[in-house]
Design a protein around this ligand. Structure first.
Ligand code: GLC
Ligand code: CA
Length: 533
């Protein structure tokens, strides 16, 4: 496989709204990101994935874009964006833009035109259908709840929205629409961006009349065309968000010979703690054997024909310490364990802002404290279906997207150093103990575990290129090895708060979250050794 910079990269995701406010409106902004670049240099990351900063009415916090070539006023200006690109490149950090092209905002000029009349030149940029006997065209549901069809009074047709009704789906079958998207992507590539993270990209080949939304027939044709027309000429990273990917499908996207994407985010491990055939809100405990099996299958199956992205968190997911670790007694141990477990694997690791200091889920006591459209829609829907408020809040506190969206905790001052004004979303109450300032001062903090893991990846090819082998062991432990050019590293992690008998192999210790080995693995103990062979 031809070696590219992104094979050995570590990516840091920024959710700009919650990262750093500089102009005292309680909303993070681009100048705030610039101010914190040196912090990211210290951590050692290679690139930033920037959640959307484009002009948007914020129905879904920027994932509803009304102008792809303008910056959201709250975040700053295009000059700010240009200085971010400049300041980041000075520090050898690339900026990966979020590309949200399954849908636009209903306030995008294309949609404003499209809804004027059935013969408007932009009409076909979106997906319209007649009513069927006075009802919606079919049973398709929106991922944010309710029907995926919205009636348009003026033109007497329904339009499709797989997310909110302010996020109408774009019609990828229209070549002119694709042309406009290529132009927009080239605009950003010419500015020097480091690549794209492609929002719900597996939906663009949808075949609505057959009821197919993800993995439609034309999906890979569109991506090959995109590659040819835009980023294929640049040395950039592309990562698709693909909830519907299996390892077989992931190879279609990421096998270099197919000229599509660098890699995809797959979500099989992320869906393991939800009840079969139900929604993410329908909780079930994580089955550890299943977890190991799924993670290992992706490691092994992509082999030489694809590339993995490695992640536990992002702006749509809860905090991993709260979800699968222990965010009270063993917050530090379990946060480090998940870091070691993930970064030891083969693929490109992603760190979501705050993960590197072990930020935890937010406990909402009432729906008035929730901001996310997905959770709010679900709340009302379930309330009217007989669920109790307590049950629903329990699901939101476990899985809601606001868990990861509370402001970054920089220090213990009021509003955690995020802002001087009331933040758009309340801070997690633990910001006085859990914050960057504290983490930087404590040489044993979670931050330094991440820093060390990133440094190890830079120093040792085995972390990037080594083959993966699962080591069968106690159900509560996750043990695997990486093998490269006669060298063998072993990664050991206790996934539980129990003491589990396990004898450490001989070898050089590279990283650990406890001192002095014993004949047991302590709660959430994890380490990596270079085995003597
Ligand atoms: C993706 C984004 C999510 C957004 C949705 C619609 O899943 O990560 O935040 O709400 O797409 O754009
Ligand atoms: Ca601001």
């Amino acid at each position: 496989m031809e070696r590219k910079w992104w094979h050995s990269a570590v990516i840091y995701q920024i959710y700009p709204r919650s990262f750093q406010d500089t102009n005292h409106d309680g909303i993070g902004d681009i100048p705030g990101i610039i101010n914190r670049l040196d912090y990211l240099v210290n951590l050692g990351i290679t690139a930033i994935w920037l959640s959307p900063v484009y002009q948007s009415p914020n129905d879904d916090n920027g994932y509803d874009i009304s102008d792809y070539c303008a910056i959201m006023k709250e975040f700053g200006t295009m000059e700010d964006m240009d200085s971010l690109l400049y300041e980041a490149s000075k520090r050898n950090i690339r900026i990966i833009m979020d590309l949200v092209v399954n849908h636009s905002s209903d306030e995008h000029a294309w949609f404003i035109e499209a809804r004027q009349s059935k013969d408007n030149p932009y009409r076909d940029f979106y997906i319209w259908r007649d009513a069927k006997q006075g009802h919606v065209p079919n049973e398709l549901m929106s991922i944010f709840g309710g029907s995926a069809w919205e009636w348009d009074e003026q033109t007497q047709q329904y339009y499709l929205h797989l997310f909110s009704k302010k996020q109408p789906d774009l019609n990828w079958e229209n070549p002119l629409l694709r042309q406009k998207i290529w132009e927009m992507m080239n605009f950003w590539l010419e500015k020097g961006v480091g690549g794209f993270r492609m929002d719900v990209i597996d939906l663009i080949g949808k075949q609505i009349d057959k009821g197919i939304t993800n993995n439609g027939e034309k999906l890979h044709d569109y991506l090959q065309e995109m590659n040819r027309e835009t980023f294929g000429k640049y040395d950039v990273l592309t990562v698709g968000e693909t909830w519907g990917a299996t390892p077989e499908i992931a190879k279609l996207y990421s096998n270099p010979s197919r000229k599509e994407l660098s890699m995809v985010f797959q979500f099989e491990h992320v869906c393991l703690d939800q009840q079969e055939g139900k929604e993410k809100w329908d909780l079930k405990p994580l089955n550890l054997s299943k977890f190991k099996q799924v993670m290992s299958r992706w490691q092994i199956e992509l082999g030489q024909e694809g590339w993995n992205s490695l992640f536990f968190e992002n702006h749509d997911l809860p905090r991993v310490v709260s979800r699968w670790g222990n965010d009270t007694t063993y917050r530090i141990e379990s946060a480090k364990m998940f870091a070691i477990l993930l970064h030891g694997m083969k693929g490109t690791p992603y760190i979501y802002q705050g993960q590197e200091i072990g930020m935890t889920n937010y406990l909402a006591e009432d729906i008035s404290q929730v901001s996310d459209i997905e959770a709010i829609n679900m709340y009302h829907h379930r309330l009217s279906n007989g669920y109790t408020k307590e049950e629903i809040l329990c699901s939101i506190n476990a899985k809601g997207r606001d868990n990861a969206r509370t402001p970054m905790q920089w220090d213990s001052s009021q509003y955690g150093g995020f802002s001087n004004a009331t933040p758009w979303l309340a801070l997690n109450k633990n910001y006085k103990e859990v914050n960057v300032k504290q983490a930087l001062e404590d040489k044993c903090s979670i931050f330094y575990t991440y820093k060390r893991l990133i440094a190890l990846r830079k120093e040792h090819d085995i972390m990037v290129w080594g083959d993966y082998e699962l080591v069968p062991t106690d159900e509560r432990l996750f043990v695997y090895e990486r093998v490269y050019n006669g060298v063998r590293w072993q990664v050991v992690a206790n996934l539980t708060s129990e003491h589990v008998p396990f004898k450490r192999d001989r070898g050089e210790l590279l990283i650990a979250n406890y001192d002095n080995p014993t004949d047991c693995l302590r709660p959430y103990e994890a380490y990596i050794i270079n085995k003597e062979i």
